[in-house]
Write a new protein. Structure first.
Length: 461
């Protein structure tokens, strides 16, 4: 049995817990991702996705700001693009990707089309995360470091397995869905800071639905697509990829990654590579009551891969600003916690923010071969004041991880900020109540029927 077949068998047949931390975290991830979807509903990249979707026919699945339904795959594309548009969606450390921005839109769209229950969707979500974790064990971190956006690669493949679970496919069919997903998996990090980066999540959600539907229709792929010659590991793993030899025969006994690795819920609407520094800076500024005018310079010591992600020293657009350490630091110095409205094209051009860019230096850690770099080295902030005083702090993980989760107030603030532009207060409150009760036999449509309501302007196919 190949590793792909082992993973497929587990995904199809696993008996999942019906209560406890795995389901609670899955429900919270759905809430957070829906909030991000609504926040991104009117972003230019989402507008492009909606315009493209009008060419792909109509169906039974709901999409943001569209009063008529789309096929599940098309709705997953629109909603997945919106979920990742602001880079505010969660991160799944075991596979270092934006897992929920792919999983949630795909499963909501397919679940609505299939008239699935909320409980079935949460089962499939847990399966998808586990598949991503298992696939990531074979190719990470090397796969990411050589330039692949894991949201678009591992995210797609794992979500194909999740969709297969929702469709109740056999182990053999699930294996084919995974194999088809490997063929579709792409997404280079050269697109960071462009619209296409957000579309990676939408495309992965769309193609994951399609991969499962192809497998359901009888399409078959190679069982060696993960570890065989010319497979994922061979072509995209990179020199430091571990492969799956250590996992053979152990897939069914491994603990659920959502319980052990968890999800990182974002505190700020920008690339997660800057978040540890932002946490430290906001903390120091509040404790020491520092005046911006008294700061001489700021050093940010971060991971090698994180530095590669933050590729814009002089951002010119809101999209580029999400991948800029100088912009993130300048925002925190001037205004404290960065908010959604700070990442518009106009906001990026503010002279009082740009004037602070020269204060900021990014110093990458040397590449760490053979290990998962973020687990080894903390990010370090050094603030040098004009009077000679130096403040230095370090952080191994950002706020929002399973060891230091966002407070209930932070989560509520994020949900409100994300939804207020496109939903009334009453609609947002109803959506939140339904999300909190979604792990039941009630139809998932009780959540998706809110998606067409998200409009300040009327848009129709």
């Amino acid at each position: 049995m190949t590793i792909l077949e082992e993973i497929a068998r587990w995904c199809s047949q696993a008996s999942l817990p019906q209560e406890g931390i795995a389901r609670e975290r899955s429900r919270n991830a759905i809430i957070d991702t829906l909030a991000c979807m609504f926040a991104g509903a009117d972003d230019p990249v989402t507008q492009c996705a909606r315009a493209a979707a009008r060419h792909w026919g109509r169906g039974q699945a709901s999409a943001l700001r569209l009063t008529e339904g789309l096929p599940a795959a098309s709705a997953a594309f629109v909603n997945g693009t919106a979920a990742h548009a602001l880079d505010y969606d969660d991160i799944f450390p075991p596979s270092n990707n934006h897992a929920s921005a792919v999983l949630v839109p795909a499963l909501l769209a397919l679940g609505e089309e299939q008239q699935s229950s909320g409980r079935d969707v949460i089962d499939a979500y847990i399966v998808g995360l586990q598949a991503m974790s298992l696939i990531g064990r074979g190719v990470m971190r090397s796969h990411y470091e050589i330039g692949w956006h894991t949201t678009a690669t591992i995210g797609l493949i794992g979500t194909a397995a999740a969709c297969a679970r929702l469709l109740k496919l056999s182990p053999e069919q699930t294996g084919h869905a995974i194999s088809i997903g490997v063929t579709m998996a792409s997404g280079p990090k050269v697109q960071f800071g462009t619209m296409v980066k957000a579309a990676h999540a939408g495309l992965a959600a769309q193609q994951a639905v399609q991969a499962a539907q192809m497998a359901q229709a009888g399409m078959a792929g190679s069982a060696h697509a993960l570890d065989g010659k010319f497979g994922l590991l061979w072509l995209q793993g990179g020199e430091q990829a571990a492969g799956w030899e250590r996992d053979r025969g152990r897939v069914e006994s491994m603990p659920l990654a959502i319980a052990t690795g968890g999800l990182l819920t974002k505190r700020f609407p920008c690339c997660g590579s800057s978040h540890r520094i932002l946490d430290l800076l906001i903390e120091v500024m509040a404790e020491r009551h520092l005046a911006v005018e008294d700061i001489n310079n700021i050093e940010t010591h971060i991971g090698h891969g994180n530095a590669l992600n933050l590729m814009y020293d002089q951002p010119k657009t809101g999209m580029e600003a999400r991948f800029s350490m100088p912009y993130a630091v300048a925002l925190a110095l001037r205004h404290g916690r960065p908010r959604i409205q700070d990442f518009t094209d106009d906001a990026v051009l503010r002279s009082d923010i740009r004037a602070l860019f020269p204060l900021v230096t990014v110093i990458p850690h040397p590449p760490q071969k053979g290990e998962t770099e973020p687990a080894l080295l903390p990010h370090r902030l050094v603030i040098r004041m004009r009077g000679g005083v130096v403040y230095e702090r370090a952080r191994l993980h950002p706020v929002g991880n399973i060891l230091e989760p966002l407070s209930s107030q932070d989560l509520q603030t994020k949900f409100d900020d994300c939804c207020r532009a496109v939903l009334s207060e009453e609609q947002a409150e109803q959506l939140l109540r339904r999300c909190l009760a979604c792990d039941a036999e009630q139809p998932i449509r009780l959540l998706t029927e809110h998606l067409p309501l998200a409009h300040t302007f009327s848009e129709r196919l």
